[in-house]
Design a protein around this ligand. Structure first.
Ligand SMILES: Cc1cc2nc3c(=O)[nH]c(=O)nc-3n(C[C@H](O)[C@H](O)[C@H](O)COP(=O)(O)OP(=O)(O)OC[C@H]3O[C@@H](n4cnc5c(N)ncnc54)[C@H](O)[C@@H]3O)c2cc1C
Length: 397
């Protein structure tokens, strides 16, 4: 494949770059990138940013034009991701809506669901969460116990979800529930599009080890959904669940571009820190380790390009997204672990006490979550073994 950019693609880059210069929040490009700490202000700030992207036609460029996207080509997608990472653009509060729920609805949803939800996802008017995991069901999602029981024209939902990212900010949840008990556990599961702004839904934030609160416990007590909120067939939600997971893993692969930038920052750090009277980067051991990370990063990037090409041809992502997700999360953890270790005993210092910049410590702590959310590394290795390499199934299942 040829990954050099054509004149048209460079024009596209310039158009986006100019738009970003004119539309990023005030002071952002100059380095003032602090997000509001108070929950409502944080939510307003990020919803406003997504709406700005929407107004400019930059919220979901890979989507088909009929849904408000740009039908972007593979190379435009790559340029887009590179430019967003370059300016360290604010995070997408509706990441789950844009990159997971909407593509799944385009694939499987009813015309009414597409009509009702997709545009509000694009504008940022409605923020989405994903309600899969439960206290006793994570890697093995077929063990979910949250139930939906039909009563008249309603489905009454009871149970508990956990680790629900953005749950405290979300208006709606892509919810996995048990609708019947059958011999095979993955049968009898159904997906509902749940309105989170109702009395039967209670959200309790969980404090992470870095002190942030990004995910939640969600308690469902006689929460209500309707037939029109069901995605796919009754009791056949497993297929719908997998379709959304594929989109989730593919999106995570795009974080390779962020990893590239973090590698450049690591190079700068090893020039700044000193060892035996010279910049650390000159030390053979340090260089060897960095080259090892970089080689695996480049290999993963090429693999990601290959997968992106296939996704654009097939119209939907394949199992290869598991490879992207596994590589980017494991490499990120390794990169930050290394950045911490070269700071010696000062690597454990935090916030204003940190030797250079506390973001190394913060991102190191966050990197563990990356290897768990969206499927753990162990489970992804099983998927790669079974679905890509054609190896026999995991004996435990
Ligand atoms: C940052 C973050 C965000 C998240 N966001 C969401 C969200 O928005 N919505 C949501 O529903 N969930 C979310 N999750 C939950 C996530 O999907 C689960 O944590 C994950 O699927 C693992 O499930 P578990 O925590 O129950 O661990 P378990 O499944 O209990 O796994 C425990 C350990 O056993 C290993 N293991 C399990 N099964 C196997 C196997 N078959 N072979 C080999 N090893 C195995 C695992 O790899 C792991 O090391 C998030 C998690 C994180 C960290």
């Amino acid at each position: 494949m040829d990954f050099s950019f054509t004149k048209k693609e460079e024009e596209f880059r310039l158009e986006l770059r100019t738009w970003l210069e004119n539309n990023l929040p005030a002071g952002w490009l100059e380095g003032n990138r602090k997000l509001p700490e108070e929950v409502d202000e944080y939510s307003d700030f990020l919803r406003k940013w997504q709406n700005t992207l929407y107004e400019g036609g930059w919220a979901a460029i890979a989507w088909p034009k009929k849904y408000g996207g740009r039908d972007a080509t593979l190379m435009e997608e790559i340029v887009y991701q590179q430019e967003m990472v370059r300016v360290k653009a604010p995070p997408l509060v509706n990441y789950i809506g844009l990159h997971m729920v909407a593509p799944t609805l385009m694939q499987i949803g009813t015309e009414e669901q597409k009509e009702q939800y997709i545009n509000k996802i694009l504008t940022g008017e409605e923020v989405w969460s994903q309600g899969y995991s439960e206290p006793n069901a994570g890697s093995d999602l077929s063990a979910i116990q949250t139930s939906a029981v039909k009563s008249g024209d309603r489905w009454i939902i009871n149970g508990q979800k956990v680790w629900t990212s953005f749950g405290h900010l979300a208006d709606r949840c892509f919810l996995l529930v048990r609708t019947s008990h059958q011999e095979k556990k993955h049968k009898g599961i159904t997906v509902f599009l749940l309105d989170m702004n109702q009395p039967g839904v209670e959200t309790k934030p969980i404090v992470q080890m870095d002190g942030e609160q990004e995910f939640n416990e969600v308690y469902l007590t006689d929460a209500v959904a309707y037939d029109t909120d069901m995605v796919g067939e009754l009791d056949e939600g497993w297929r719908v669940m997998i379709a959304l997971l594929m989109h989730e893993r593919t999106g995570i692969g795009a974080q390779l571009f962020t990893l590239e930038q973090q590698f450049d920052e690591l190079v700068a750090l090893t020039k700044e820190l000193r060892l035996n009277g010279q910049p650390m980067l000159k030390d053979p051991f340090i260089r060897q380790k960095m080259v090892s990370i970089y080689i695996r990063f480049r290999g993963s990037l090429l693999n990601y390009y290959r997968h992106l090409t296939k996704t654009l041809k097939d119209g939907q992502p394949g199992a290869e997204g598991s490879m992207d997700k596994l590589m980017v999360s494991e490499l990120t953890k390794e990169l930050f672990g290394f950045a911490m270790s070269i700071q010696g005993h000062q690597g454990v210092l935090w916030k204003e006490d940190a030797l250079v910049n506390s973001s190394w410590q913060e991102k190191f702590l966050q990197s563990f979550g990356m290897t768990i959310g969206g499927g753990t590394s162990e489970v992804l290795r099983n998927t790669i073994g079974e679905r890509i390499l054609g190896l026999p199934k995991d004996l435990g299942r």
